[in-house]
Every structure is written in structure tokens, then in C-alpha cells.
Design a protein around this ligand. Sequence first.
Ligand code: COA
Length: 319
Amino acid sequence: MSFHIIGTGMYVPPKVVTNHDLEQLVDTNDEWIMQRVGVKQRHISENETSAEMGYKAAVSALENSNTKPEEIDMILVASVSGDTLCPSNACIIQGMLGVSCNAMDINAACSAFLYLMETAAGVFARKKAKKILVIGTERMSRILDWNDRGTCVIFGDGAGAAVLGIGDGYLDSVFHVTGGMGILDVPQPVGNSPFYTKEQYLTPFVHMKGQETFKFAVTSICSDVKELLAQNNLTIEDIAYVVPHQANKRIIDFAATKLKMPKEKFYVNIDRYGNTSAASVPIVLDEMNRKGMFKSGDLILFTAFGGGLASAASLIRWK
Ligand code: COA
């Protein structure tokens, strides 16, 4: 026994920053960003932490699933942009909800929502929970170098959440990690140890080698999706929709072409939100759910990749 997704929610902060706004900050332009990335605007938090945004997405998912906070047995949260390492975002959100259940963070950068679902499936399999709240929330704007035009034009802030309830909808998943540093890194701030012999770390911002990340992304989406379909004796035609991580519109288009899959099956909202890292998959999920795109019995494929380097694909049958 695993779970069904029984409700979804999302939240983005009110401030919208357009590509034209960014032209005032760095040497860039709307045409370049639209062509290379596919982002038109992003929401940026001025005063809300990732925990506060995650809480709002969680409340929306609880309402959508008709679940009271006290019915939740566990809270799993993913974020690379929490304001504190300790307490974890999961613990902060647990406190905001006023509940007493178990709560922990899982870090798998942009693929994290799929790692949250896999972890939740293990908890359901052990019969330790009836309902689990999973949240991806990011205030990427606090870890971006706003002088680096190679990264600051790509990302955005926001949160997505889902309530998982006992069921048999989570069918299978694949995960791949090629561990190491140097391609997509967010170093922690350096402390003031008098014992350091040299400054060992980069500045605490997103450092990204764009082209290497691009190649990794397209390769991993295609191989993860093919592997997952093959091990479930399914073909592309069996899949109703793909819920893809929103890193770059070109990455999604490349992957759809390589997989010979109609682009219409891949939901895209990066134009409105940018890449919201761990929040991107649950934000897509919530938009598709609230538009009524999923029908009972539909096979939904999730695919994500990012820092780690980690990637994953998951298969769900809609309730
Ligand atoms: N605006 C205008 N020009 C820019 C720019 C910007 N924001 N950023 C870079 N450029 C310039 C570069 O300086 C370079 O100029 P040059 O040819 O005069 O040297 C030119 O555009 C091409 O740069 P390059 O880095 O080769 O572009 P690219 O086609 O690889 O696109 C990315 C850059 C970052 C959009 C692309 O590599 C990418 O999307 N990578 C994946 C990123 C990703 O998905 N990250 C998240 C993973 S979860």
C-alpha cells in the first residue's frame, strides 16, 4: 500500500518581476531570456521566508483535500533556500500549523519533490501514517547573486504542496545521483573560525555551469522516463500527462522531441514563475489539478533533475 494524491496547493508571493525589470539590474534583455530559458516573469518574495510560503501552500493543500491539520501524521519539506538550517523548514511549518506530528526536511534540490513522495511511500508501506503533507518551497531570490546574469534571470520564488492519503496510486519511481561539486552548487555561508587556513568556499549563492547542466538535464529526463516506462511495460502513449520540473522551456522541448512525445503532454508554466527549484513540480501539479486536467485512472509521469546532481521520475495513477 502506498498513497494517492488527495489534494494540492500552491502559493507565490505578490511581487512580480518581469524581464524588463531585470534589464535595469544586469546586462540582459527580454528576447534573450525568452529564447534561451522561456521565462517572462517571476514572483519574488520581499518579506516572506520559504517556511512562510510553504505554510501558505500547505494550508491551501489541506483545504483542497478537506483535511484538518491535526489529521496529518508527518510533514516532509524540501527547500534549498530556508532561512535557517536549524530549525528545519518542516519543523517551522509544523509549528505554524499548530500540530504535533513528525516533521523533517529532505534536500535533493530541484528533484526533491519526487524524493519526498518516495520517502512518504516508505512511511505508508510501514503503516506509520494515514496522511502525509509534502511541501516544496523556495525563496531562491535570497541565494541568487543578483549581479550574475547567468543565474538571476532564471529562478523565482514560490511554494507547492500536496496531501497524500493511503491508496495504491503511487506506482513506481527511478532515482539517479552522480554526486559531486562543480556544476550546480550553493555553498553555505562561511563562519568565522580562527582555524581556517584559507577561504575554502565560494560565495553563498547559486553557482551554475549552464551548458553542463543543460546536457545533464536533457539526458537524465530521457533516460529516467525510458527506464521507468520500460520497467512498468508502458509506452509513451499510455501516459496522460507529464509533470516536469520547470528549469528551462528549451530543456522540456528537447526532451519531448527526443522522447517522441507530444509537447502538449508536458505542462509548462516557467514563463510565469521561472525555476522555483523544489517548488516547481508541486506548483505544476497544483495548477493542473485545479484546472481539472487529471481524470480518474490517468497515468501521470513526474520528471525532475537538478543539484546533486540528482534526477528522478515517478509514476502515479490518479485517484
Ligand atoms: N542575458 C543576455 N546574455 C546572456 C545572459 C543573459 N542573462 N546570460 C548569458 N548571456 C550571454 C553569454 O555571456 C554569452 O555571450 P557571448 O556569446 O558573447 O560569450 C551568450 O549569452 C551565450 O551564453 P551561454 O552560457 O553559452 O548560453 P546558453 O545558450 O548555454 O544559455 C543558460 C545559458 C543558462 C540559459 C543555459 O545554459 C541553461 O538553461 N542551462 C541549464 C540551466 C538549468 O536548467 N539550471 C537549473 C537546473 S535545475
